[in-house]
Write a protein that binds this ligand. Structure first.
Ligand code: HSE
Length: 442
């Protein structure tokens, strides 16, 4: 007879409901595949009367998280509530009660990973978190185990499905940012509070976790330079499209001789770039290892069922005992690695897309070019379309792309441009990026 493994789920939103659905509908088939009998013993929710997309048997539904923790036949706790303080307390208590833990909580692991992993080791238990980064893509396991032979020098990721969906919709249908966000929310891609998606925080949480594992250093969430997509305008996505670019919210970890750069920024990449065709709610991550070269992971990074796919994979890893073994041997987690060293800020060199609003009178264009030249910034292209009609005092948009320049130099040039009488409104600045070059794979 198969061994029984008791499961308690705490939190039953989109991901929790999908996990329940898979366990109830595919329990037999999972047993046939693994020889383990997963028994869903507790589902803990805030409101037991709320309608859910799955029928949860009444006898396992409750609003008391103490129940699964006190139950000796519950072996694995699935923390699926989100947030930081409440799940932190809950996980620490579950570990103290001798439970293993599966979590999809990227905010928690990015901000408190060190103490949580240390507590798990002290309790002789393990924590699995495949679903925290890249939703259904088996990314953590692949980087940790599949790429173990590699020195990884760069990770480039589209790590937020909501943002990628919004950017895709803004460009393909020329809808505003807020209309595209409303669509993403309707489709269930965004978090309950979409602020964390659209301001880049969610991507930064995921980058902190992924970069720490890839680079074998503790990458501090607070050292990530983060900019979200909330101020992007369709005008810029269309102007970029005309120049051969597509805009993505890229989460980047890149090793340099003088330290690591961690950024989450809207970035223009060429349409031929491997990440350019990643559309809608999909996520994709490029990992560059010295032996393997470029590897690309792609899949659904948001939504209940894709994320539940990764949660169930973790449950099976814990239930078979594999997770306990790898967790205790793993030296790559935040409680066992040295802190990363970072490249001084402002040293990042990249090319840029700039949009400047000019008064429609002689000399404005020349002044912009002079400011850029005075700052040692080389112009790669410069586009101004003939206005359809007399602009009547409206700003005429001028789009400039630059050659690679230091971030701090470009910011200084933008400040100088903004002070010109001829310039109307804010100067829009979006970095542009070529594909990362493989370090070596010979
Ligand atoms: N809300 C996230 C996203 C999914 O849009 O990618 C969960 O991490």
């Amino acid at each position: 007879m198969a061994d029984k493994i008791g499961i308690g789920i705490i939190g039953c939103g989109a991901v929790g409901s999908a996990v329940v659905r898979i366990l109830l509908e595919q329990g037999r088939s999972l047993t046939a595949r693994t020889g383990l009998d997963l028994e869903l013993r507790h589902v803990i929710v805030q409101d037991t009367h709320k309608e859910r997309p799955v029928d949860i048997p009444k006898d396992i539904l409750s609003n008391d998280p103490a129940q699964p923790l006190a139950d000796p036949d519950t072996h694995i706790i699935l923390e699926l509530i989100g947030g930081v303080d409440t799940p932190m307390d809950l996980i620490l208590e579950a570990l103290r009660c001798g439970k293993d833990v599966v979590t999809a909580n990227k905010a928690l692991l990015a901000l408190r990973g060190g103490p949580i992993f240390a507590a798990a080791r002290e309790a002789g238990r393990c924590i699995a978190f495949e679903a925290a980064v890249g939703g259904g893509i088996p990314l953590i396991e692949s980087v940790r185990r599949g790429l173990i032979a590699n020195e990884i020098d760069a990770v480039y990721g589209i790590l937020n499905g909501t943002c990628n969906y919004i950017l895709t919709r803004m460009l393909e249908s020329e809808v505003s940012y807020s209309d595209a966000l409303a669509e993403a929310q309707q489709l269930g891609y965004a978090e309950a509070d979409p602020t964390l998606d659209v301001d880049g925080t969610d991507s930064a949480h995921k980058l902190a976790i992924l970069a720490s594992i890839a680079m074998r250093k503790t990458c501090d969430y607070d050292r990530i330079s983060v900019r979200g997509i909330t101020d992007l305008e369709v005008t810029d996505l269309l102007a970029g499209d005309e120049l051969g670019y597509v805009c993505k919210l890229l989460a980047i970890a890149q090793k340099h001789d003088n330290g690591l750069d961690l950024t989450v920024h809207p970035t223009f990449i060429r349409k031929s770039h491997p990440l350019a065709s990643v559309a809608g709610p999909f996520n994709a991550v490029s990992v560059y290892g010295h032996a393997v070269g470029h590897t690309l992971f792609y899949g659904r990074g948001a939504g209940g069922m894709p994320t539940a796919s990764a949660v169930i994979a973790d449950v099976m890893e814990v239930a078979t005992g594999n997770a306990a073994r790898t967790f205790s041997q793993l030296t790559r987690l935040a409680d066992r690695t040295d802190a990363a060293t970072y490249r001084p800020s402002g040293e990042n060199e990249t090319a840029f897309y700039l949009r400047v609003g000019l008064e429609d009178r002689p000399g404005g264009m020349a002044r912009i070019a002079t400011v850029l030249g005075d700052h040692g910034i080389s112009i790669a292209s410069l586009v101004q379309h003939e206005p359809h009609q007399a602009s009547g005092g409206d700003a005429v948009p001028v789009v400039v792309t630059t050659r690679e320049s230091k971030d701090s130099t470009v910011q200084a040039a933008i400040k100088a441009m903004s002070e010109l009488d001829a310039v109307i409104g804010q100067v829009i600045c979006i970095p542009t990026l070529d594909e990362h070059v493989e370090s070596s794979h010979a």
